[in-house]
Design a protein around this ligand. Sequence first.
Ligand code: HAM
Length: 414
Amino acid sequence: MSERPQAPRGTFDVLPADARRRQVLIEDCESTFAAAGYGRLETPVFESTELFARGVGESTDIVQKEMFTFEDQGGRSLTLRPEGTAPVCRAYVQHGMHKQPQPVRLWYHGPYFRHEAPQAGRFRQFSQIGAEALGSEDPTLDAELILLLADLLERAGARGLRLRLSSLGTPATRRAYGEELREHLRAREGELSDEVRARLDSNPLRAFDSDHAGTRAVLEDAPRLLDRLEPDDAEHLDAVRGLLDDAGQPYEIDGTLVRGLDYYTRTVFEFTSDALGAQSGVGGGGRYDGLVEQLGGPPTPGVGWAAGVERILLASERETPEQSPAVFVALDEGANAREAFAMVRALRAEGLPAQMEQAGRSLKGQLKHADRLGAARVVVVGDGEYQVRDMRTGAQHPAASSDEALALARDGAA
Ligand code: HAM
């Protein structure tokens, strides 16, 4: 290889400063989800290809063109997971979670993979945080999940947030509506984009995702699914709205919100951020009352969401301060490096973050380095003696033994 190797297209390395921000986000999730009774679930990074074909839907972009699919040595078709909901439902059925008290509340985070054209905020390997509640169609669960995501986004400092909300009704309503929409689109087929025209038969609703001017003009006076909902579904949406209103959560009802996955029924929602460019979706989700059954389980309603970690961090500007060592162990002339090494280990054992000199700097250079690192104290190891320096005051105290130096570094001078 003559060129220097690079991370594959659409992937990235997480450097320590970014890793800290991600860590803080995950810690926020841990406490938020624990308080709401969500248990963490981990599923494999790859699953059988069939799970996604059946779960996410054959006519979706994800299944048609975005999956990283490969054959294992036994000839089985496997796919790097493009999303987390189908795997969670698979695990729910596989582990008989329908026998537990319902609803079962789960959350997850980890890497996901989609073969999309990379651009700002869109990667081929990205991370999602997600939450799912299975086994109840109660509208308080829809509202609970939406509000949990709103809380997390706020804690992360995401800016310019907007929440769009809609309902897709039942599959039967959607099918009938699809026919009606198809007819409307057919009547002005010449004005549509090639892509929308190609999908007229399989998935006419996806026309609402198009930013093609002609298509948008045709859609302006198209019938709306929201006006075709069955009374039960309309009531369910009203109940969710009432709960969000009571909680003071702003939202816009948007009848053009269709999500890129086929499993949705009833509630769908999406948070976008004005701080992001074209890829403005920070997180979204909805109800999928037929998915568990479709994957071979008992009829089980479900609702949930997923949010992109990279997009949350792009939408927020918060810096996470670097972790400073509390103590830096410096080496003076004649110092025994093994003594310094033992001192660092003893400090760490006391719970004090500690580092030692390992780059051959002069004592002056070492003090400058300790200052740059933000160390509160420096233990200078000399020839059989120690000095403990307080970096804030500049005061320096001698210590006759390593134990005494350790105590001074830990507690400061009396
Ligand atoms: P999704 O809308 O496909 O939903 O993805 C959720 C979030 O993942 C997006 O809002 C975005 O932040 C992030 N995301 C998706 N693709 C990429 C990408 N290529 N690069 C960076 N970030 C990306 C789902 O995945 C559903 N499983 C959500 C759900 C859970 N519905 C019900 N339960």
